[in-house]
Design a protein around this ligand. Sequence first.
Ligand code: GLV
Ligand code: GLV
Length: 317
Amino acid sequence: MKVFITYKIPESGINLLKEKFDVDVYEGEKFLTKQEMMERLKDADAVVTQLRDPVDKEFIDAGKKLKIIANYAVGFNNIDVEYAKQKGIYVTNTPDVLTEATADIAWALILAVARKIIPADKFTREGKFEGWKPNLFLGYEIYGKTLGIIGMGRIGKAVARRAMGFGMKIIYHNRKRVEDDYKYNAKYVDLETLLKESDYISINAPLTNETYHLLNKERLSLLKKNAILVNTARGPIIDEKALYELLKDGKIAGAGFDVYENEPEITKGLEKLDNVVLLPHIGSATYETREKMSIMVAENIIDALEGKIPRNLVWKE
Ligand code: GLV
Ligand code: GLV
């Protein structure tokens, strides 16, 4: 049986797969086009996809023998899951193993934006530091402030756990109330209340039809003037153009981006603002996590090709 991997991932998972199957790994740096991927998919029994691969009906139909699509990501909004399911093809993701790394990046963004870490570093490198000054790079306090978490899943909870150490008041919004929210000292509120009351807001929801542009222009206008918004989930949850306008006009204090509405494109002008931090989608990018993700996709494929239900199926069987 053959496994096609659309972009190279850590060796550990590939080696597991090689023990059992023929493995076709694309080794290049430049991304394959969809056509090229579909060509290599023709005789594959399994495929490892990346979150930027457009796994739509056409792509899925190209895999004539396909039994499983193993996404190398926790998010799977790049895949037409309904269609795959209808065709009896499993879809799996990599939950849990990237929760802590992603929560760390949300916090790295909160801290970097609030305390102006990036401009302060640049200033120091440029030799502008002349000695301590009372007014040098004043930022925003975090201790005792209110953190609003949109999407209280695994990652949202990990962000909340960190916030407890910062003595924050934690509120959250989610499709439904989370049963163990008391463990995080987190209070369930409606979205409007969250936007009006939070000093910091972290987005940790999946991208779905319901969350697309959840933060549209109207909702963004509810944010406090000192609000700092960070997004480590998916770009299209926010109307990026509307957020840019707010940031440019100084209507909120700042924002941290790990994801963008039209990745890899970034709303023009954002790069000129110094109250934003712009990261290239590195939430899960630690050596440890990427190793675990690699093993996880391999295990899912081994499950599926050995006739079992894969352990990280994105729907419940
Ligand atoms: C990263 O964004 C992921 O979904 O794993
Ligand atoms: C994603 O893993 C989440 O549940 O937050």
